[in-house]
Design a protein around this ligand. Structure first.
Ligand SMILES: *[C@@H]1O[C@H](CO)[C@@H](O)[C@H](O)[C@H]1NC(C)=O
Ligand SMILES: *[C@@H]1O[C@H](CO)[C@@H](O)[C@H](O)[C@H]1NC(C)=O
Ligand SMILES: *[C@@H]1O[C@H](CO)[C@@H](O)[C@H](O)[C@H]1NC(C)=O
Ligand SMILES: *[C@@H]1O[C@H](CO)[C@@H](O)[C@H](O)[C@H]1NC(C)=O
Ligand SMILES: *[C@@H]1O[C@H](CO)[C@@H](O)[C@H](O)[C@H]1NC(C)=O
Ligand SMILES: *[C@@H]1O[C@H](CO)[C@@H](O)[C@H](O)[C@H]1NC(C)=O
Ligand SMILES: *[C@@H]1O[C@H](CO)[C@@H](O)[C@H](O)[C@H]1NC(C)=O
Ligand SMILES: *[C@@H]1O[C@H](CO)[C@@H](O)[C@H](O)[C@H]1NC(C)=O
Ligand SMILES: *[C@@H]1O[C@H](CO)[C@@H](O)[C@H](O)[C@H]1NC(C)=O
Ligand SMILES: *[C@@H]1O[C@H](CO)[C@@H](O)[C@H](O)[C@H]1NC(C)=O
Ligand SMILES: *[C@@H]1O[C@H](CO)[C@@H](O)[C@H](O)[C@H]1NC(C)=O
Ligand SMILES: *[C@@H]1O[C@H](CO)[C@@H](O)[C@H](O)[C@H]1NC(C)=O
Length: 414
């Protein structure tokens, strides 16, 4: 009997549910109440240079024993800081946005003087890398759970996170029963369960039923103004204004969804050769990857993950696109509605589009190359041709008039 009670208790507390051999940390606020809970596994691979000027790889794990000094909780932001070994640390920053929270960054600092981890390192500095994890839209008062591996790469450090269970902003002193499960953990089959696994209601049964009723026409999506700022700081390095609609094919049926800019969070990164815009809301994540091939940029990849009304998680991507092309240093613009076929199951529609993924100056769009101009560009040679024809006619006319006059004057002179 007692064992069943204990089992039920374990089930009730989502955060404690799958106890793993991970690094477990609890952080308490100034009133000594639990405010942040984490249990996770992290592997690091760090490339460093030895005194023989050779590049070496150090591979190690986040130890189970860590010190959480430097961790802190506030109402709107909190930090989990794990110190370990000889001056290494791993920290994660969280912030609240509306009724969700997210991890904004991971900073990993490593002490190259530590000869047990970095033998024969040429440098003795403590270096640090900051990366952005894909931990977004975690419901307030829920635990983020992700058993799947997520590898986050940066220049000289790769970090693999798995069996992650984190609750930031614990409100009532205990972990939440409710989980927000990462997309990677959800089965991609039509039997997928909704993300928050709390109350088992029968709503899916009712939303699945309308097989014959016509889908009501969606209003035109609202135009969002999205930007990416490096390190959440300074001026934007990527700008994108547009309204977006998805059309998703499921079996024989289609579902259309509008991106609601009011509840969408933009993030991403800017690079020399490639920039990324991530738009995430509760029910969809759209990742747009732009590439710079010296003179021109283009949209190379579109990756859409969406939760359909049936509760099914839909995910489609195409990374060999060549859309929205314009010169680096300018922006691409297209006001009228555009229909792009991304895959056989996914079309996207854009309205009022203007994007600039590279070379943004002072946070403002540079001159735009309009898609209208593209389709009208064939008019330029036509116009030049017509102008030339007119010119030739004028010259010919002038010649004949001149000849006539000459001939006339010739007759007179004789
Ligand atoms: C993490 O590192 C340990 C030891 O270095 C290794 O045994 C394990 O396979 C690694 N796990 C992953 C997921 O890379
Ligand atoms: C180390 O090797 C790199 C090329 O691998 C070379 O460019 C650099 O000059 C070398 N540095 C020293 C101090 O030997
Ligand atoms: C880095 O490691 C060295 C050697 O273990 C140690 O003496 C030093 O205090 C460490 N640095 C920091 C900032 O902890
Ligand atoms: C990180 O992972 C990528 C892809 O697997 C690999 O090419 C790169 O060498 C890795 N870097 C480090 C520092 O392990
Ligand atoms: C879990 O979610 C349900 C429904 O959203 C809510 O009623 C319940 O209070 C939540 N439990 C906790 C501990 O937050
Ligand atoms: C859910 O709906 C199905 C079919 O509509 C019904 O058979 C079942 O009893 C319902 N379950 C609950 C818990 O209401
Ligand atoms: C923000 O940018 C300023 C100047 O570019 C810099 O001094 C500051 O350290 C940055 N802050 C963060 C948190 O990156
Ligand atoms: C978005 O917010 C604005 C102002 O806050 C509001 O006027 C607009 O109706 C909202 N749009 C949607 C789609 O909720
Ligand atoms: C675009 O790529 C070229 C060549 O790789 C590079 O020289 C240029 O700086 C890049 N432009 C931007 C804005 O990053
Ligand atoms: C960008 O691409 C150019 C040419 O392909 C390459 O030489 C350069 O190293 C790349 N830069 C980065 C930062 O990847
Ligand atoms: C698309 O994004 C999802 C979620 O971030 C990821 O699991 C998937 O691998 C991506 N697909 C491609 C082809 O990159
Ligand atoms: C968008 O294009 C697809 C494929 O070309 C077509 O089947 C669909 O009807 C188009 N939708 C609209 C609204 O034009």
């Amino acid at each position: 009997m007692f064992r069943y009670a204990a089992f039920a208790l374990l089930l009730a507390f989502g955060c404690v549910m799958h106890l793993s051999r991970g690094t477990e940390v609890t952080v308490k606020d100034k009133d000594d109440k639990l405010c942040l809970y984490a249990n996770l596994l992290v592997n690091f691979t760090v490339s460093y240079v030895t005194s023989g000027n050779k590049s070496e790889l150090a591979e190690f794990e986040l130890p189970a024993e860590v010190v959480s000094n430097g961790s802190q909780c506030d109402a709107a932001s909190s930090t989990l800081k794990l110190n370990f070994g000889a001056g290494h640390s791993w920290s994660m920053n969280f912030s609240v946005s509306g009724n969700t929270y997210q991890a904004d960054s991971i900073t990993f600092a490593y002490n190259l003087s530590d000869a047990t981890v970095f033998p024969k390192s040429a440098s003795t500095d403590t270096l640090s890398v900051t990366v952005r994890p894909h931990i977004t839209d975690v419901g307030m008062d829920t635990c983020y759970s992700c058993k799947s591996k997520e590898t986050i790469q940066s220049d000289s450090v790769n970090q693999t996170l798995w069996n992650v269970l984190i609750q930031a902003f614990v409100s009532n002193g205990t972990h939440s029963e409710n989980l927000t499960t990462c997309a990677a953990d959800l089965p991609a089959t039509p039997t997928a369960s909704p993300t928050t696994v709390a109350p088992v209601t029968n709503t899916t049964a009712t939303t699945l039923s309308p097989t014959t009723s016509p889908t009501p026409a969606l209003p035109t999506p609202a135009t969002g103004k999205f930007s990416v700022k490096p390190d959440n700081n300074g001026t934007a390095c990527l700008l994108a204004n547009f309204a977006l609609r998805l059309r998703v094919k499921q079996g024989e049926k289609y579902q259309e969804m509008n991106l609601d800019p009011n509840v969408t969070r933009a993030s991403g990164s800017c690079g020399v050769n490639s920039s990324e815009l991530v738009l995430a809301s509760n029910d969809m994540t759209v990742v747009l990857t732009f590439t710079n091939d010296t003179k021109k940029f283009r949209l190379q990849s579109v990756n859409v993950t969406a939760k359909l009304s049936s509760g099914v998680i839909f995910s489609e991507a195409n990374s060999s696109l060549s859309l929205w092309e314009a010169a680096v240093g300018s922006s691409y613009m297209c006001n009228k509605e555009q229909n792009y076929t991304i895959t056989s199951r996914l079309n996207i529609f854009t309205f009022n589009l203007q994007v600039q993924p590279f070379a943004v100056k002072k946070g403002l769009f540079s001159t735009a190359e309009d898609c209208q101009a593209e389709s009208e560009s064939f008019l330029v040679p036509v116009a030049v041709g017509v102008a030339l024809l007119v010119l030739i006619l004028i010259v010919l006319l002038a010649y004949f008039i001149g000849r006539k006059r000459n001939m006339a004057s010739g007759y007179e002179s004789f």
